[in-house]
Design a binder for this molecule. Structure first.
Ligand code: IVH
Length: 675
């Protein structure tokens, strides 16, 4: 760190870095956060601000690098000091027993061998190098001998430690080459693809491709926006760690702060490993990420060394692969679905088939071009694939099964729901129904409005929404807030109790952050991400409703297409009316007016002791910005005493007067502009 920088600034930077490392670890590795996301973001923004103002304070392991570094021209190639091998595959219990026999034969023993069983993640293999506890580099597996240097990209993954934990009594190893699998979870994948569709970008075919594509970005700021995760499963070279078994290794790695898959079983017999495989294949759909099998590894590192490797794979491990998630079946029909923004999507109705424990009866065909490209016809026998939670897809037609009776499908000229003519916009692959009052669109808009990332109304599910629209009880999402118990309880599969529950859920959804509110409106091209940007930039609905395309385009992350779509949404009289109805029916946008009146408006604060991240002046400035006042001594008029370490006599006085005593974190919560 540089001299002649105010020591207070250096202290703040150090404190923020420590706090961000600690909270990042709690959140992303332990899955046990102590502070809110908004608080974490706020600290990050503050650190970015300080590092920008004082470039001399930058550091290769600062948490700010998590948001990405300037783009590269190309990736450098680096050699792995120990090759990253592949794995042999097994497909049946017999293959696994044979593997166990081979191991015993090579070790010349009849004794039972102990193994570790681990889920086999379907992602991208990487190697990270730590020197004296600091992340130095990260590379892809490449051809096994050398890969591409993707350090900046890997730094953006929140669960990758930049510095290692030494809290559990572990010393930092002077060298640690650690290996793991980078992946995108099912939920993250869905959101990522929804966002891409919103932005008119082609969706990723599966989470693996999405993870690989995200790591291949030369601009790590793009990678930083992708929901990448990692599980570590092994090591290359290592110094100073005394390890005897693979199980110990994983334990040690976990203690150093690395994220290890919780579904790993260590020191088990081959029979128990096979039981694990059964159990895992049954639970596979419930896991939040895709796995394609289970890796069985000889647990003893001594045995591993004795067994060695072929040029391709180690002799001490085998991947017990799951049954393929592909099946053949017949296309009974092709139907057309109408989406929220009027897009017509062809969907294949299949003769139901079990794929990986789930019955599949439909597969998306995306659009007309896709049907032509794959030449899917009604009556065809097709290969269907299910990847994770993604809607099943047709991989290809088995043309040898054609009889000549198959029928070529043509997209309709009119909307199959409201019969208005459909159009194909220039530069678009999809057909659209332009009638905004088309019941199909109304249903989809309301479903979107009530969905998880939006108003998140428990109990107001798809079937119920369809019923309500079909019975002319809902015409727009604003009507949700007019529903009465009498109306609801007379519907199918409803009673007074469920009706009351739904009304409670509707009521509970009314206080909503501005970002979610905007997302819920279903403005084209304004997915969760863009809605968040708009909420943060405009702060108030009224301001956003009256903005111009130029103002919008000036915002980073908002392009002309989004700008046009937002402006035209709010320029439409019908939309303005519906938005007005939502507000008059009691929806309350949280944080509205934060910039003016402030969340702490009228509140009187006193500060005492040393706060963990803020200096006194910073705390005062923030409180005042949020509309509060800071005074020097505790009186009956004091609303809150903010107490840090080694508080003074103010604490006793506050206790005596019954003044609320809070810590810095609670103060931050009070101020959060969580939209
Ligand atoms: S161990 C030398 N463990 O599978 C053995 N690999 O087919 C190295 N993989 O390239 C691999 N989960 O990308 C191991 N728990 C796990 C794994 C795993 C996924 C991937 C890894 C490797 C590929 C080999």
């Amino acid at each position: 760190m540089q001299k002649n920088i105010d020591p207070e600034v250096i202290k703040s930077v150090t404190r923020l870095r420590e706090a961000l490392h600690r909270h990042g670890y709690r959140y992303y590795v332990l899955d046990d956060p102590e502070i809110s996301d908004a608080e974490y973001d706020r600290m990050m923004q503050e650190l970015i601000r300080l590092e920008t103002n004082y470039p001399g304070l930058s550091s290769p392991d600062s948490p700010t690098l998590r948001v990405g570094a300037p783009p590269l021209d190309k990736f450098e190639t680096v050699a792995h000091s120990i090759p990253m091998l592949s794995l042999d595959n097994g497909f049946s219990d017999a293959d696994i027993f044979e593997f166990d026999l081979r191991v015993k034969r090579s070790l010349d023993t009849d004794d039972a061998i102990l193994y570790t069983a681990e889920p086999k993640l379907d992602g991208v293999a990487v190697e990270l190098v730590y020197e004296n506890g600091r992340l130095i580099s990260a590379s892809t597996r490449g051809d096994g001998f050398s890969g591409e240097l993707i350090t900046s990209n890997v730094r953006t993954i929140r669960s990758v430690p930049m510095v290692l934990e030494t809290g559990k009594g572990r010393k930092n190893p002077s060298l640690l080459e650690i290996r793991g699998e980078i992946f995108i979870g099912k939920e993250g994948f869905k959101r990522l693809n929804d966002r891409r569709l919103d932005q008119n970008l082609p969706p990723f075919a599966n989470p693996r491709n999405a993870a690989a594509g995200s790591l291949r970005q030369l601009d790590s700021r793009i990678t930083a926006e992708r929901p990448l995760e990692i599980f570590f499963y092994g090591i290359g070279r290592v110094a100073d760690l005394d390890l005897e078994s693979h199980g110990d290794t994983l334990q040690a790695l976990q203690e150093l702060g690395f994220r290890i898959n919780p579904n790993i079983r260590s020191k088990i017999t081959i029979e128990a490993a096979i039981d694990c495989y059964r159990d895992l294949s049954e639970r596979r759909n419930l896991l939040p990420y895709d796995i394609d099998g289970m890796v069985i590894k000889v647990d003893s590192l001594g045995f591993q060394r004795l067994l060695g490797a072929t040029s391709r794979s180690p002799r001490w491990a085998i991947a017990y692969k799951f049954k393929a998630l592909q099946e053949t079946t017949r296309v009974i029909d092709i139907a057309v679905q109408v989406g929220r923004t009027g897009t017509l999507t062809p969907v294949a109705h299949l003769s139901p088939v079990r794929i990986g424990g789930v019955t599949v009866g439909r597969a998306t065909l995306h659009n007309e071009d896709e049907i032509r490209r794959k030449d899917v016809r009604i009556g065809d026998t097709v290969l269907v694939q299910r990847a994770g939670d993604v809607i099943p897809e047709i991989v290809k037609v088995i043309t040898s099964k054609r009889t000549g009776a198959e029928k070529i499908f043509k997209m309709p000229l009119n909307c199959p729901v409201c019969n208005s003519p459909v159009v194909r916009a220039r530069d678009e692959a999809v057909l659209r129904c332009l009638d905004v009052s088309c019941p199909a669109q109304i249903k989809q808009r309301i479903k979107h409005f009530a969905s998880k990332g939006a108003f998140d109304i428990d109990g107001l599910g798809d079937k119920l929404i369809e019923q309500l629209v079909d019975k002319d009880l809902l015409f727009s999402y604003a009507d949700i807030f007019r529903l009465k118990e009498d109306t609801l309880k007379n519907l199918e599969r409803m009673g007074s109790k469920s009706a009351a529950n739904i009304l409670n859920a509707i009521e509970a959804s009314k206080p909503i952050t501005f970002g979610r509110f905007l997302y819920a409106l279903g403005i084209r091209h304004a997915g969760e991400h863009v809605a968040g940007i708009l909420a943060r930039t405009f702060g108030r609905l009224e301001v956003l409703m009256n903005t111009t395309p130029d103002e919008l385009e000036a915002i980073e992350g908002v392009g002309p297409v989004v700008a046009e779509s937002v402006v035209s949404f709010f320029a439409t009289a019908e939309n303005r009316k519906i938005v007005g109805e939502i507000i008059t029916r009691g929806v309350q946008i949280l944080g509205e007016g934060v910039q003016g009146a402030g969340t702490l408006s009228g509140k009187v604060f006193v500060l005492t002791g040393t706060l963990p991240t803020l200096t006194r002046d910073e705390a005062k400035e923030r409180i005042e910005k949020a509309g509060g006042r800071v005074t020097g001594s505790v009186s009956r008029n004091t609303d809150y005493l903010v107490a840090g370490a080694s508080p003074g006599s103010k604490l006793e006085r506050a206790e005596a007067l019954g003044v609320d005593i809070i810590d810095e974190e609670t103060l931050m919560r009070l101020m959060i502009e969580d939209r």
